[in-house]
Design a protein around this ligand. Structure first.
Ligand SMILES: Nc1ncnc2c1ncn2[C@@H]1O[C@H](COP(=O)(O)OP(=O)(O)O)[C@@H](O)[C@H]1O
Ligand SMILES: [Mg+2]
Length: 307
């Protein structure tokens, strides 16, 4: 764990000396071919949203990013995989009767539990009884796999995970096309972001997803870039892992206001700094490579380690 300690010191340590040669381009995402490959309409992009520390804005990002995509005409499903606090529905002022637990227990189908919202996105509620994907019985697993295929009609599935690294979170991240790690400029959030990136790097074999970083609650674009560069430099140096900076979201009172009113800020305050930040993120994600081969089939295969 020595390198961990050193990495953390570097992250938190004296800024100017710790940095390797200044690389102004580091924050730019590598632009590859368009996100939508050719004429394949049936590809589902699966984006897992994760963080080391709780309360950094994952659920707000998941919901508002989903709505931003829906506003572009995409079919979007948000899966609430934060099994402790199912708060995607709370943010949208919805009370789901059923959730993934009922699907796994074969009491309901995915079509029964998926909820339409007034914002053009659909949500799948998480389940606190759904403890470990890895612990499902063979029968439950087969049934769940079948049900997950129902979601292949979506263009985008955003999975809002719980903070930290439970085995479920790692499973979702490993299976997704992209993992967005959310942090804030707070020192504890930064070190925890590095912590989860390190665990992802060491625990997930054949990591072929794009690890992406969002810095939430910034006061300036410069602050976001500075935080991102620290994490990206340390991840490259100590983990030999490429993390891409997707962008930042301004600290903005419309965010908590939207939570209180149960109306997402991207709808309630479309011209706010936070809303504009989220629209920018969509643009960035769409510019990054999306090496999807089999859409949800690949996701399911990776989630369960087999078909
Ligand atoms: N950009 C932001 N500006 C201001 N407050 C924010 C912002 N993002 C999140 N918050 C606040 O942080 C709280 C936690 O956000 P949430 O999305 O629930 O985090 P998580 O899902 O990571 O636990 C929210 O209630 C909100 O008030
Ligand atoms: Mg949350």
């Amino acid at each position: 764990m020595e390198d961990q300690a050193q990495a953390l010191r570097e992250i938190m340590g004296a800024r100017p000396q710790s940095a390797r040669p200044e690389s102004p381009g580091a924050a730019q995402p590598t632009t590859q071919a368009g996100a939508r490959g050719g004429g394949d309409a049936k590809k589902t992009r699966i984006i897992a949203v994760a963080s080391g520390k709780g309360g950094v804005g994952k659920t707000n990002l998941s919901v508002n990013l989903a709505i931003a995509y829906a506003q572009l005409g995409k079919r979007v499903v948000v899966m609430d995989a934060d099994l402790g606090l199912a708060n995607v529905n709370v943010m949208l002022n919805m009370i789901p009767k059923y959730n993934l637990y009922h699907v796994i227990r074969k009491q309901k189908t995915m079509r029964d539990i998926i909820l339409d919202t007034e914002y053009g996105i659909r949500i799948v509620a998480g389940a606190s009884g759904f403890s470990k994907i890895a612990n499902l019985s063979e029968e439950e697993r087969q049934n769940f796999i079948g049900e997950l295929y129902t979601l292949s009609e979506a263009d985008i599935i955003i999975i809002d995970t719980s903070a930290g690294v439970s085995s479920n979170v790692l499973s979702f991240i490993a299976a997704a096309d992209d993992a967005i790690i959310v942090t804030t400029p707070e020192p504890t959030a930064i070190t925890d972001a590095y912590g989860i990136i390190k665990i992802i790097a060491t625990e997930i074999e054949n990591l072929n997803i794009g690890l992406k970083l969002v810095v939430n609650r910034v006061k300036s674009v410069t602050e976001g870039r500075r935080v991102a560069e620290r994490i990206i430099n340390i991840s490259g140096q100590f983990l030999n892992l490429k993390v891409e900076y997707l962008g930042c979201i301004y600290d903005d009172p419309v965010v908590p206001a939207g939570v209180v009113r149960q109306r997402p800020f991207i709808v309630a305050e479309p011209k706010s700094k936070a809303a504009i930040s989220v629209h920018h993120l969509v643009g960035r994600i769409e510019k990054t490579e999306f090496a999807d081969d089999k859409g949800i089939g690949r996701f399911i295969k990776k989630l369960f380690g087999k078909e």
